[in-house]
Each structure stands twice: as C-alpha cells, then as structure tokens.
Design a protein around this ligand. Structure first.
Ligand code: KIV
Length: 272
C-alpha cells in the first residue's frame, strides 16, 4: 500500500478548506510530546500545532524567542510518533525565516524532512511575504499567523489585544487577504476584536483559526497546558479551562510523598 493510500483517512490541508466551505468548525490544540499527541489524536482533534509556545510551557522561558529549530524538530518528531489521523503543523521559530527567504525554505525543509510533519506556520504578513512564497514554492503547506504574534513581543511591548485601532485593523485585513491570495492553507488570528476576526474570516477562502478572536471564525486553538490547567497562573479572558491539572498533579504527588515516607508504598502486593 502506498503512503498516499495508507493516509486516505488522514486530515489534510484540503480537509480543513472543505470544513470551512461546509461550515464545520476546526479544532486545534498545541502538543509537544508523544504521549499528549497520542491522547489528542485519539480524542479526535483535527489539528495539532507544535507551537513555539514550547519555549514557554516546556522550557520555562518568558517568551517564544529562545527556542531553536533543532528543539522544534525534536518536539515535532515526538508528536508525529503519537498520531494516526490529525494534521500536524509546526511553528518556524524566531530567527529562522525573517528577512531571508532562502533561510526560511531551508528551515521549513528541515522540519518536513526530519520530523515528518505536514505543514509549517509562519508569523507575519506583508513583511514575510517572500519567505512564505518561497516555502510554498517547494510544495510545503504554510499556515499564517496574524494579530498578536508572540515572536514580535518586544516590538509590541505587551500581550494586550491587537488591531483595536483602525490603521492596524486595516493592515490586518490587507495581510490576511494577501496570505490567502499567495496560497496559505489557513491562518491563526490571535487576540484581536471579535468583529475584526469575523470580517477577516468572511473575506478569505482559507480557514481562520482563532485564539482570543471570538466565535465567528472557522476554528479555535488553545495552548494545551492552558486548557488542562497546568499553567494555573495564566488567566486571559479568552481561556476556557477544562481541567485543573496543576492542583490534581500536586495532590497526587503529595499523596505519593506521604506514602513513601510512611513506608505505605510499596506494599506486599506491589513487591516481587
Ligand atoms: O505557539 C503557539 O502555541 C501558537 C498558538 C498560540 C496559536 O502559536
């Protein structure tokens, strides 16, 4: 059986475009390791994003800037080993595509070749057009990312809502149309007014995935550590927590420590 026919039931970039056309919402979550990816794929997630938010939630950095291409490839390889069906998109990290389209292509090729991922994500619009076009020209699907783009945090100065002013909103609409026109298969819109996100989503054919962009887009993405309540001190308005794993894990570990200290663990049944 060929690789193509084996993957007939897989979610592809075309599946997502069709989902938008059919009005079916797209679910996307970040994952960075084999075990979590396996659970999310089993649960039926449409897209896993190996986000450069790994820099924050896996490595403990304050921003996404420090994570390297090698580290992103390591996370992507682990995720790919855990999934059977969903589409896996990998962030091109800071410094691997800006201002140099040849470097962008080389970085994207390394991700595709070394991890087996299905697509890459690139932050920015007009200013990274050349990089996106060159990556696309090699047959590598590209997802865009506009609005709050965390790799530009030192330009913005804060993580507050973007494009509230008319000029930035106009630029965002122009950028989203550009990404659609040059052939991106989708884009993330992060932390922008819901009305603007709705306008953006209805003005392009590619699916728009929102995070803090309201309900009138084609799908939603969250950082999995936020959804699961592992990052319990991060509480933006857009976040819905489905678990409180920080407390649950801490309780389990406290219980384990108590059992070890009291010699309750291991008992006879747990010994050979
Ligand atoms: O890196 C990431 O997790 C992201 C999401 C916030 C969309 O880009």
């Amino acid at each position: 059986m060929s690789a193509v026919s084996k993957s007939a039931k897989r979610i592809t970039t075309n599946t997502l475009i069709k989902m938008k056309a059919d009005g079916e919402k797209i679910s996307m979550l970040t994952a960075y390791d084999y075990s979590m990816a396996k659970i999310f794929d089993h649960a039926g997630i449409d897209v896993i994003l190996v986000g450069d938010s790994a820099s924050n939630v896996m490595a403990g950095h304050e921003t996404t800037l420090p994570i390297t291409l090698d580290q992103m490839i390591y996370h992507a390889q682990s995720v790919i080993r855990g999934i059977k069906k969903c589409l896996v998109v990998v962030d091109l990290p800071f410094g691997t595509y800006q201002g140099n389209s040849k470097k962008a292509l080389a970085s994207a090729i390394r991700i595709m070749k070394e991890s087996g991922a299905h697509a890459v994500k690139i932050e920015g619009g007009k200013q990274v057009e050349d990089s996106i076009k060159r990556v696309l020209s090699a047959g590598i699907p590209v997802m865009g990312h506009l609005g709050l783009t965390p790799q530009s945090i030192y330009k913005f100065g804060t993580y507050t809502v973007r494009a509230k002013e008319e000029e930035e909103a106009k630029q965002l609409l122009s950028d989203i149309k550009l990404l659609d026109k040059i052939g991106c298969f989708g884009a993330v819109l992060e932390k922008i007014p819901a009305t603007l996100a709705k306008k953006a989503a209805s003005s392009v054919a590619m699916p728009i995935i929102g995070i803090g962009a309201g309900p009138d887009v084609d799908g939603q993405v969250l950082v999995s550590h936020d959804l699961l309540g592992i990052t319990h001190e991060f509480n933006p308005r857009f976040l819905r927590r489905y678990m409180n794993l920080f407390d649950d894990i801490a309780d389990a570990v406290t219980h384990y420590i108590k059992d070890v200290k009291s010699t309750d663990f291991p008992n006879k049944k747990e010994s050979y």
